[in-house]
Design a protein around this ligand. Structure first.
Ligand code: ADP
Ligand code: ADP
Ligand code: MG
Length: 670
């Protein structure tokens, strides 16, 4: 076994690998860029080597420097994590030449599977079912329409070198095929330095289901079941689970056997993932093979009890697989939520900044629930524009799917994150979405269920009563503390107002304290307008970001943030701003004119921080709905901004090459 390994990565995956290495008694070396000098993975490793400036090309992708770091520290092997150099065959070869072990597959397998066109051909030869399409390159936009017509619309236009959901477009007709080809090609050239494009059938009502394989250097190969990753935005996964609610035993083993056949066809060794797209009739088609540890590997670990990183390390050290197919057993259900620094209400666009508060829920087993949080950040960490905006991977395990979903919902309610926009409101709303709970999934889920984009809904019914009760409980405790501040006249009398009005957005709800006193812990009986008696108990203290307690005897966790004269409460994807008023103030408040929101309908605002690639119109030009106004690049994705309705351009305020902040006015309409 190795004595020391280097982890050629950062963030949560570097931390994840270090944990297992430590458990195995292997010393670890971290590498870090200038942006990561204070990162968690640097602290966690036994040693750390500074590797270069923030841009990945000069640090986490700089093979020379990484090899030098191995030599300097005496690391015998390198774990690449995912992304960066994990699927780079040249890097493996260079390590091999230096006598350093790459903890992953051999260069030949990486090369064969690294290119989508080549891998599709190899898969077809190995008897794996592939997506119908054209097995060759597309030369130009006209060729794209010709091939698309042969395959039959809809089609998927894809970059052969693609990854991370980039360089991919659906087309339903010739015009979209032409435009999709151009966009994919230019995205592929800028993201992967390789603009080869191919076209395959777009599988309708698709579900993304993938098989985890594990193979050693002695020809042994097993599959560790599947993961379903159908909840995606921009063709990128956000929520994954194991097993899939869709597969039956026969489909599962057919997919597993094909995945093993493909792994064997390329002499695969290490952990790898064969991705399939599955249609509504459970026909499955090979998409690609990822020759690395996958982001969502924890859900497989939770249902199999295996440590995939440990398996990878043992295989790389030359050990035989310790298990046969018959030894692979699955228990329970696991779900992973990727917590991203992104704004779900703005089309999931990335957000950057400092994590002012980062307090994940407690990990470990409680009853028949397991909570696991893989992360590489800490309070005060910076989410920078240089790297992936993933903050953490929150996983829950339970004996069955609904219990695992409920556990996720509760864990999300107890996750405190401040300083950046994040997708917890979306994840929380998803956990209570009936279609998700029934497991009726497709990769189009988000587009179908949130056609106008996701927005946080205000609480209704029972939840509304719960929000009002919690807001009053919070304000009473806060008010009592203010009473005790020095300098106030006279000792607090112990009396307090019992009649209140809770304003929830535009609604006024009368709430009366029927029984109890203001103290910590608090125990009150309330009469809420429109509901019967409500009991509230909590030991919340001012300043705590989560209000935890019991309402009508049920445990409740609510995120709470102070706002001007009120509180912002959120839970389970619902949120509201509440103000607790005396009846007299409420009466006056009703007479106050509401503030009007500025009208932005006559402006094209930049939806995210990004770089203007092109402006499609001129001042004075008349445009039709759907015409391209501008193309803005952010996170290496080209975003086409179109006219929402027919209009005339009054002014153009940006030019290609401009770097814009979110909400910058790109142009104005007449
Ligand atoms: P997974 O399939 O494991 O969920 P993702 O597709 O989410 O992986 O990608 C994992 C990470 O690797 C992301 O940071 C993604 O941007 C990056 N990545 C994957 N493939 C490539 C590639 N070909 N080029 C650049 N980055 C990639
Ligand atoms: P990447 O390397 O970027 O991960 P994949 O080929 O794995 O690219 O595709 C990513 C996602 O795009 C899939 O999970 C699926 O949602 C969608 N997708 C890709 N190809 C097809 C297809 N032919 N039909 C339907 N959806 C597809
Ligand atoms: Mg993929």
């Amino acid at each position: 076994m190795f004595k020391k390994i280097l982890i050629a990565n950062r963030g949560e995956i570097a931390c994840r690998v270090i944990k297992t290495a430590r458990k195995m008694g292997i010393a670890t070396v971290a590498i870090y860029s200038e942006a990561d000098a204070d990162a968690v993975h640097v602290d966690m490793a036994d040693e750390a080597v500074a590797i270069g400036p923030a841009p990945a090309s000069q640090s986490y992708l700089a093979a020379d420097r990484i090899i030098a770091a191995c030599k300097e520290t005496g690391a015998e092997a390198v774990h690449p994590g995912y992304g960066f150099l994990s699927e780079n065959a040249d890097f493996c070869e260079r390590l091999e030449a230096e006598g350093i072990v790459f903890i992953g597959p051999k260069p030949k397998a990486i090369r064969a599977m690294g290119d989508k066109i080549t891998s599709k051909k190899i898969a077809a030869e190995a008897g794996v079912s592939t997506v119908p399409g054209h097995m060759g390159l597309i030369e130009d936009a006209e060729h794209a329409t010709k091939i698309a017509a042969e395959i039959g619309y809809p089609v998927m236009i894809k970059a052969s070198a693609g990854g991370g959901g980039k360089g991919m477009r659906i087309a339903w007709n010739d015009a979209e095929a032409r435009e999709g080809f151009e966009r994919s090609r230019s995205e592929a050239a800028s993201s992967f330095g390789d603009d080869r494009i191919f076209i395959e059938k777009f599988i309708e009502e698709p579900r993304h289901i993938e098989i985890q394989v594990l193979a050693d250097a002695f020809g042994n190969c097993v599959y560790l079941g599947e993961r379903e990753c159908s909840i995606q935005r921009r063709n990128q996964k956000i929520v994954e689970e194991a097993p899939s609610p869709f597969l039956d035993e026969a489909t599962r083993s057919a997919m597993g056997e094909q995945a093993v056949a493909l792994a064997k066809a390329v002499d695969y060794q290490s952990a790898g993932t064969v991705e399939f797209i599955v249609d509504r009739n459970r026909n499955f088609f090979f998409l690609e093979m990822n020759t690395r540890l996958q982001v969502e590997h924890p859900v497989t670990e939770l249902v199999t009890g295996l440590d995939l990183v440990e398996q990878m390390i043992r295989i790389a050290a030359g050990e035989k697989l310790g298990l046969a197919q018959a030894d692979v057993k699955f228990t329970g259900w696991a779900i992973e939520s990727r917590i991203y620094a992104e704004d779900p209400t703005r089309n999931f666009l990335p957000s950057i900044g400092r994590l002012k508060r980062y307090r994940p829920p407690e990990e470990g087993q409680g009853g028949d629930i397991v909570v696991r949080n893989d992360t590489g950040v800490a309070e005060g960490s910076e989410i920078s524009m240089f790297y992936d905006p993933m903050i953490a991977k929150l996983c829950t395990w339970a004996p069955d799917r609904i219990k695992a979903i409920n556990a996720m919902s509760e864990a999300l309610d107890r996750f405190v994150l401040d300083g950046i926009e994040h997708n917890i409101p979306f994840l929380s709303a998803l956990m209570r979405h009936p279609r998700w709970r029934e497991g009726r999934l497709s990769t189009g889920f988000i587009a179908e269920e949130y056609p106008d984009g996701f927005s946080v809904s205000p609480p209704d019914g029972e939840e509304r009563i719960l929000f009002c009760a919690a807001a009053l409980a919070v304000e009473l405790v806060r008010g009592k503390r203010l009473d005790r501040l020095p300098g106030r006249l006279g000792p607090p009398s112990g009396d307090f107002r019992r009649e209140w009005v809770v304003k929830l957005h535009e609604d006024y709800v009368a709430v009366q304290v029927v029984r109890g006193a203001v103290s910590v812990p608090l125990e009150l009986e309330l009469a809420v307008e429109g509901a019967g008696p409500v009991t509230v108990a909590s030991s919340w203290r001012p300043g705590e970001p989560i209000w935890q307690g019991q309402i009508n005897g049920n445990p409740v966790a609510i995120q709470i943030r102070p706002v001007l004269n009120g509180v912002r409460l959120s839970r389970k994807g619902r949120a509201a701003t509440l103000h607790v008023l005396s009846p007299r103030v409420a009466e006056l408040d009703r007479l106050m004119p509401a503030r009007r929101v500025a009208d932005s309908s006559k402006k094209l605002l930049c939806p995210m921080p990004g770089l203007v690639i092109s402006i499609g119109v001129k001042e004075g030009q008349e445009v039709k709905a759907g015409e391209v106004l501008a193309v803005v690049e952010a996170m290496k994705m080209e975003n086409v901004l179109r006219a929402e309705r027919d209009c005339t351009i009054a002014a153009v305020n940006a030019a290609p090459g401009d770097s814009l902040a979110v909400d910058a006015v790109i142009m104005e309409f007449a």
